[in-house]
Unconditional design. Structure first.
Length: 349
């Protein structure tokens, strides 16, 4: 009799609600150690998967996550890449969409699943969503097809019943278990009685050596437009010392005020080498510059289209590209290309 080799998954604990418990003295939520978290989920023994774990010390609320933490996650995956079939990153929900997007850009030629998950209720609490989210994420991270290859070799985010491409996600609800959405891209898998994968939507990288990017440049700002935004505000933002890129959250299909001062400030910034990328404030849909007069000026001012990228993906993609390239022209050229399925193939504008 031959026994099937067990697949193995590494859990990377970074923090967040999923690894917290109630401090009996203060009644407030505080991080638990990894053993304690896992002790709340005895069902993990029933999985036909070898599980090991590593942990950030201290565990952090995801509001404190910085690019240096993305680097720590990438280093851990790199260090143990050959020893495990997949990776599950336990992370706070608040900034999970940013971290998942950042890791998707950093990890080069990924052939194994990296699944971000978390929960809305702490692991030890009755009705917690932590158990299901973690168990299913481990199953997905370990899953292989009939050729022995990972079914989903991508950076993904699993929550409630949806497996989504990480760089397409947004936290949509601070209370419901259905906390995340991928408004512009279909689910990669859906879970019910079975885990149903949709291979047609999964992104496969070339099978060349795995590696990771080591640098992020955080000289980026997100400028959200609103009716009444003043020249002083826009000018102050574009005058931030060291600024290299702006994610412009525009209206509808990429529109902005038609005031002369507005696009003159941006034109002048483009000439100084500041890259401006246009993403929409709408949850779903794409930027289509030139469709309305209200965006023609942006095109003339050198603004790039972010197409249907999320703000989280646009921001982390810029940090990644600015970390790689010193020249604004290189960043501009690379920004409009999809690298990890983070945007749909651009339509000609
Ligand atoms: N504040 C927590 C965090 O993001 C919330 C959560 O995990 O759901 O770390």
């Amino acid at each position: 009799m031959t026994t099937k080799k067990r697949n193995s998954v590494l859990l990377i604990f970074t923090g967040g609600t999923i690894s917290m418990g109630e401090n009996p003295e203060t009644q407030s939520l505080a991080p638990l150690d990894t053993e304690r978290v896992l002790s709340f989920i005895p069902e993990l023994q029933m999985l036909h998967v070898n599980i090991a774990s590593v942990s950030f010390s201290p565990l952090i609320d995801s509001s404190d996550v910085r690019p240096s933490d993305w680097l720590k996650i990438a280093e851990t995956i790199y260090k143990y890449y050959d020893d495990f079939d997949g990776f599950v990153v336990l992370h706070g929900t608040d900034t999970m969409a940013y971290s998942a997007a950042a890791l998707s850009f950093m990890l080069e030629n990924l052939q194994k699943p990296v699944i971000f998950t978390g929960s809305q209720l702490p692991v030890g609490v009755l009705r917690s969503d932590a158990k299901e989210n973690l168990i299913t994420s481990i199953e997905i991270a370990a899953a292989k097809n009939e050729h022995g290859r990972a079914i989903v070799p991508e950076v993904c985010l699993f929550f409630e019943d949806k497996l989504m491409r990480g760089n397409r996600t947004t936290k949509r609800n601070s209370e419901e278990f259905n906390a995340f959405a991928s408004f512009n891209y279909p689910e990669l898998a859906h879970t019910g009685v079975h885990i149903k994968y949709f291979p047609h939507y999964i992104h496969y990288e070339e099978e060349v050596k795995f590696g990771y990017a080591h640098h992020f440049d955080t000289n980026v700002v997100v400028l959200k437009l609103f009716p009444g935004i003043t020249e002083t505000t826009v000018r102050a933002i574009y005058s931030i010392p060291g600024l290299r890129a702006v994610v412009l959250e525009s209206f509808g299909s990429g529109n902005a005020p038609t005031d002369k001062w507005f696009y003159e400030i941006i034109r002048e910034a483009t000439d100084r080498g500041i890259v401006t990328v246009n993403v929409t404030q709408c949850r779903a849909g794409s930027v289509e510059m030139g469709r309305y007069e209200a965006s023609v000026n942006l095109l003339k001012a050198g603004v790039l289209s972010g197409y249907d990228m999320t703000m989280e993906a646009a921001t982390t993609k810029l940090m990644w590209l600015l970390g790689k390239y010193t020249s604004a022209d290189d960043v501009r050229r690379m920004m409009v290309e999809p690298w990890r399925g983070e945007m749909s193939w651009p339509k000609a504008e």
